[in-house]
Write a protein that binds this ligand. Sequence first.
Ligand code: MEV
Length: 431
Amino acid sequence: MIFMNKEKFREFYKKSVAERQQIVTEEFSLSPEEKALLQKEGSLSLEIANRMIENVVGTFPFPYGVATNFVIDGKEIIIPFAIEEPSVVAAASNAARLSSGFETSADEPIMIGQIQIVKCKNPNAAVKKILAKKKELLEIARGADVTLLNSGGGPRKLLGVVLPTERGKMVALQLLVDVRDAMGANAVNTMLEKMAPRIEEISGGQVRLRIISNLALHRKARAKAVWAKKMLEESTKGQMKGEEVVEAILDAHEFAKASQLRATTSNKGIMNGIDAVVIATGNDFRAIESGAHSFAAYKKEYGPLTKFYKNKNGDLVGEIELPIATGLIGGATKTHPMAQLSLKILGVKTAQELARIIAAVGLAQNFAALRALATEGIQRGHMRLHSKNVAIMAGAKGKEIEVVSEKMVEAKEVNSAKASQILKELRERKK
Ligand code: MEV
């Protein structure tokens, strides 16, 4: 453990980025090269980063790649991914190439805000009183965001229930808000806070939490695609019949329905693609993640977010449905220059269009993982990319990288000891 001089980190937020970098350099004995890493500016400048979060000392770049071959609702779309994991972009592009294209849809962008009320003498009566003043309360909410009203959004409904809890009965209100092209957290939370004082007066209780729900139940997106047997057979280079691949994928899907251990991993694969697009567009991937997994267990046991079945031709059909609360305005979508670039590449005009593309990516990613797992396994593809990194780490340079990587994959042994051994042999042979 490094004992640091905490004094220097007091009121860190008041220091300039350069001052903070100097403190970190001294406290953690950074070399000039390491300090330069903090100072290096890429597409996100330190100045913008410093306006986005607190105590900024640098930026942290991710690989940024584009998935190809996607035809979504008849339109060819190039999709930017920001992700550190090898094979995800390639897998999505390949799944899209093998598919018949994606049909998608998305709900209106309705988010749910929650207000918790405690200490009501009669919680049921409190709900009734609040709902009787619905019109007045919705008017207060409307006043909280004029820009949203001007763009056609705004509060739509107020609902209330009584929750039995271990600390007594509580009232939970739901404010449904059409947030148009925003993710919606700011708009909804502001409305809830504006409404709270009047709600306390009406209910006689105490308002506690006023916060958006990340389970965006009314803001779901869907995608559907067909993978023809012929394409599936081709994808195995004739090693398996198309029918066999379909059956193997259906077995894989059934496995996820029956096992939560498997469903979690299957959904993780879906989120590989979804998060990558969500990050590339500057959206909140934690919100999307929590919403997706919660939806996977909504009023049922946790299960896969996708469905797979055979159509009458025996081809494979895949479907996905999940809440996708992503926006085009506000937050990092506006401030991060790469997010703006991603939106330009995607050519989307509304948050709903973005959600539809993201749903298609999630489905493609799941199909790709299931196809690979149910046929040759995923390690071959993974290992090919990974092996290059291992070769570099073992000291391979230039052409050696390819040779060492190939030999490790051939030997089905991708690790640093094997890389060093191959490299040593290679260099000895050259002498
Ligand atoms: C790895 O990041 C994702 C997979 O594990 C997904 C899956 O198992 O379906 C390959």
